[in-house]
Design a protein around this ligand. Structure first.
Ligand SMILES: [Zn+2]
Length: 302
């Protein structure tokens, strides 16, 4: 795996850690909302008649008030999670586009004019091409109605059974975990899509400069990798052709969800007819010796 993919994995790893923190914090805040209602919960627990419990709970809309307080925390966590994921995508795009540009110029030993957009341009670019899965994931995280009704069911049942705060908190955690898992899925799926589309864009740029470039699928070979993606390892295609699984690149927004969700594969440039291509270029021997950092400092205006 190349440097940009390793760096992307690090960003994703940190992102997941941050998401874990957000939902852990939300859990503690939700639990403290339960504790503020300790007296009510104790009273319900002591009441042995189900109808009386129900009445206690419904009096002054107590259940609804409690649910609303908890939902505020859950929604807040979701909004922060979505924002955090989207912000990281800008870095992932930048790094992958720049690094692939560097590897292509280095292989050619020539400066073909790769420029890297500044962060604001990338942000705009990414906003314009939000894919359907991302939209579904964002909707899931923002779907107050769905989470609300799950929470209402869980807490309603727990309270009517006279459960303790510890048990009720467990039920709450279950609901919170659904949002947490959605955020992790979104982070992983988006990371691969953005990495793939940034690499695709860098190949397209090279092609626009008359460089013969093809794309090569690189599978992440670990326990989580799909069998079908293991087989794709090393498959080479023209830029405008789909890989054999129907995707234009790993994480392709137009691919089927079973090919895309939580995939961590990537793609590299396959330069063909290198000798002939190089013969037509202005060779700059310095580029071959440059590290990515040096190349970035010299050629990238951010
Ligand atoms: Zn994959």
């Amino acid at each position: 795996m190349d440097l940009a993919h390793q760096k992307t994995d690090k960003i994703l790893e940190n992102l997941e850690k941050e998401l874990n923190k957000i939902y852990k914090q939300a859990y503690f805040e939700c639990k403290s909302k339960l504790s503020k209602n300790q007296k009510l919960i104790d009273n319900i627990g002591k009441t042995d008649d189900l109808i009386k419990r129900n009445n206690l709970l419904r009096k002054n809309n107590r259940l609804d008030t409690l649910l609303k307080q908890i939902m505020l925390n859950i929604n807040f966590a979701n909004v922060i999670a979505v924002k955090m994921i989207n912000d990281e995508m800008i870095n992932i795009y930048w790094f992958n586009y720049a690094y692939l540009g560097y590897t292509i110029e280095k292989a050619l030993n020539s400066r073909i004019g790769f420029q890297v957009f500044n962060q604001n341009v990338i942000k705009k670019l990414l906003e314009d091409e939000l894919n359907p899965f991302t939209l579904i994931a964002i909707d899931n995280l923002k779907d107050k109605g769905n989470v609300y009704s799950q929470l209402k069911r869980e807490l309603g049942v727990g309270l009517l059974q006279g459960e303790s705060i510890t048990k009720l908190a467990k039920r709450m955690e279950k609901v919170l975990n659904i949002s947490h898992n959605s955020s992790i899925t979104m982070a992983r799926t988006e990371t691969t899509r953005i990495e793939g589309s940034a690499r695709m864009d860098s190949f397209e740029y090279a092609k626009s400069k008359n460089i013969e470039v093809k794309k090569e699928w690189v599978s992440t070979l670990d326990k989580r990798t799909r069998k079908s993606h293991r087989k794709l390892m090393g498959e080479v295609r023209e830029l405008d052709q789909k890989f054999s699984n129907g995707l234009m690149y790993p994480g392709d927004a137009n691919g089927k969800s079973e090919e895309v969700i939580r995939c961590r594969c990537t793609m590299v440039a396959k330069l063909v007819d290198l000798k002939e291509t190089k013969a037509e270029l202005d060779i700059d021997e310095r580029i071959n010796k440059m590290s990515f950092e040096q190349w970035g400092k010299e050629y990238v205006k951010s």
